[in-house]
Design a protein around this ligand. Structure first.
Ligand SMILES: Cc1ncc(C[n+]2csc(CCOP(=O)(O)OP(=O)(O)O)c2C)c(N)n1
Length: 287
């Protein structure tokens, strides 16, 4: 069982990140990918604040873990969680997000933000890059892990499965793929269009160790799943499939196709913040 105080600490961070993300969305004139941000925000919180060995003081340390946000459209969510960790200033994100010349583009850019491992946005490239990075770490005798966060829709890309085959063939136990299985794509529900189930079996067939999180927005379950990762010196790559809800904790966003991306007016922002606060109270009661 995950320690209750630790789960509470992470819940508070995820709650703050949700609030900060909604406030950013209220300030920005364009669209932010709120649906997929809100589905993965709990997993990203656990990764950055507990599981991964990363931090602003570790950027130059070769043994640190690597993180690739392969679903690069989720950049805003990652910036905010990295700001909590001390990488960035939240106010600077708010002041400049999405502007021409900003460090904080709608997709992560390594040229502008050298502490990132990879620039992403074109789906399907993160896992192939992660395989290369994990193989390189192995070759150099390092003990770190490479984490790659993908959307489930993204895994329709053939390059993901070529990489899955390579990760297995190269015996990369230091490679961890995470799928944000919110069962929604950009304009449809996944099972209505591409029919991904039986999803976990597909990864098993490619030789991967599968950890499924029944509720990928439940912090206790998330912590337990990531605490079960095999050692980085093992030989089988792991995929963590997090069953999540797109738009999680905001009533008018949850499982709404139109909330793949959007912006918030003043009234909607107020409702979103109220929803988020109420959900947080319920989560605390459930601990
Ligand atoms: C190669 C490529 N094709 C299309 C897009 C446009 N696009 C951005 S997000 C998205 C939907 C992705 O769905 P999913 O991976 O499930 O992300 P989530 O639902 O978690 O946001 C698409 C098609 C892209 N960024 N890259």
């Amino acid at each position: 069982m995950a320690d209750k105080n630790e789960v509470l600490r992470l819940l508070e961070l995820a709650h703050q990140a949700r609030r900060d993300l909604c406030k950013l969305c209220g300030m920005y004139s364009g669209n932010i990918h709120m649906g997929g941000d809100m589905s993965m925000i709990d997993v990203l919180t656990c990764l950055f604040h507990r599981t991964m060995q990363v931090g602003p003081d570790l950027v130059q340390v070769p043994e640190r873990d690597r993180f690739i946000l392969s679903k690069g459209h989720g950049a805003a969510c990652m910036y905010i969680i990295m700001a909590q960790k001390g990488f960035f200033d939240y106010q600077e994100i708010c002041d400049t997000y999405g502007n021409v010349g900003s460090k904080f583009g709608q997709h992560p850019c390594k040229t502008r933000l050298p502490m990132l491992d990879v620039s992403t946005g074109s789906l399907g490239h993160g896992l192939p890059l992660s395989v290369g990075m994990a193989a390189s770490s192995r070759q150099k005798g390092r003990r770190n892990r490479v984490f790659c966060m993908m959307g489930d829709g993204e895994t329709c890309e053939g390059s993901v499965w070529e990489a899955a085959m390579s990760g297995h063939a190269l015996k990369l136990g230091n490679l961890v793929a995470i799928v944000d299985r919110n069962k929604q794509l950009m304009t449809s529900f996944s099972e209505d269009s591409i029919r991904m189930e039986p999803y976990a079996d597909k990864w098993r067939a490619f030789g991967w160790n599968v950890i499924e999180i029944e509720d990928g927005n439940n912090m206790a379950q998330i912590v337990e799943a990531f605490d079960r990762l095999p050692g980085s010196n093992t030989e089988i790559p792991t995929v963590v499939i997090a069953n999540t809800v797109k738009g999680k904790n905001v009533s008018f966003m949850e499982q709404q196709i139109k909330w793949h991306a959007g912006s918030l007016n003043e009234a909607d922002l107020a409702t979103a913040l109220k929803d988020i606060d109420e959900a947080f109270e319920k989560q605390k009661e459930g601990l």
